[in-house]
Design a binder for this molecule. Structure first.
Ligand code: NAI
Length: 245
């Protein structure tokens, strides 16, 4: 199936984890993919694994607005448009309220909120000119129900749900759909820091009885970027095996 045939798609944080599998799926679906990530080594590896495919990698720090604007201009010069933005890059710096440092607080807000804002502001301007586009943001189940030791992360993932609704309202009439995905706990490096006992507990609390796979989230990103989702706007799609209902 080529549900994203010839679409120009930017995927942030696409060099690892969920983003990397999303790059694979978007290529399979016929998109021209531009992956932005701060991890240049992982980007190089990604390019090598996908030699000959419609993939570009740029080392872009989404927190840096000037870098984002420059990278967007380069894409517009080369391809003339951006059809899809997947705001996938995100980080955790966990600590309890008592122990969280100002740096832990700020760095998570920078990547998970300011980075998403920067990419959306810069790319949506070009989507508005064209009168179409799809934007999908990475939230999280914890943005819906909170989580011990994640004041910074939860603030950003709840914030992303709010931003999704604001942008769905502001950009909907310009032909742009803005939605979010709220993944449950997905087996990536991000989750490797969680103690085994906590993981076992999460699996037992999930009606489907397992952690998610990066593919589960990549499939949701593809769907929300496709024409099949053309009347879906401002929603947060939970992809969590039923953990939060
Ligand atoms: P990951 O840590 O495996 O990959 C994140 C990627 O983002 C990395 O390649 C990293 O280099 C890149 N990145 C970090 N800061 C960046 C920046 N400033 N600019 C550009 N790239 C940057 O993470 P994972 O697990 O694949 O998560 C992807 C998204 O899904 C994140 O937004 C995360 O918060 C969200 N999520 C993940 C869950 C999980 O269980 N893994 C659960 C719920 C949400």
């Amino acid at each position: 199936m080529e549900r994203l045939k010839d679409k120009v798609a930017v995927i942030t944080g696409g060099a690892n984890g969920i983003g990397k599998i999303t790059v694979d799926k978007f290529l399979d679906e016929g998109a021209q993919v531009i992956c932005w990530d701060i991890n240049a080594d992982a980007g190089k590896k990604l390019l090598a694994e996908n030699e000959g495919k419609a993939l570009k990698f740029e080392k872009v720090n989404t927190v840096n607005k000037a870098e984002v604007d420059q990278a967007v201009n380069d894409i517009i010069t080369t391809y003339g448009r951006i059809d899809i933005l997947i705001n996938n890059a995100g980080i955790t710096r966990d600590a309890t309220l008592k122990k969280m440092t100002p740096d832990q607080w700020q760095s998570v807000l920078d990547v998970n909120l300011t980075g998403v804002f920067n990419c959306t502001q810069s790319i949506s301007a070009h989507m508005v000119e064209k009168g179409s586009g799809k934007i999908v943001n990475a939230s999280s189940v914890v943005g819906l129900y909170g989580n011990f030791g994640q004041s910074n992360y939860v603030a950003t993932k709840s914030g992303v749900i709010g931003l999704t609704k604001v942008w769905a309202r502001e950009l909907g009439r310009k032909g742009i759909n803005v939605n979010a995905v709220a993944p449950g706990f997905i087996a990536t490096e991000m989750v490797e820091t969680i103690p085994k006992k906590v993981i076992a507990d999460l699996e037992s609390k999930t009606p489907l009885g397992r952690l998610g796979k990066p593919e589960d989230i990549a499939n949701a990103y593809v769907f929300l970027s496709s024409e099949e989702a053309s009347f879906i706007n401002g929603t947060t799609l939970s992809v969590d095996g039923g953990l939060v209902m």
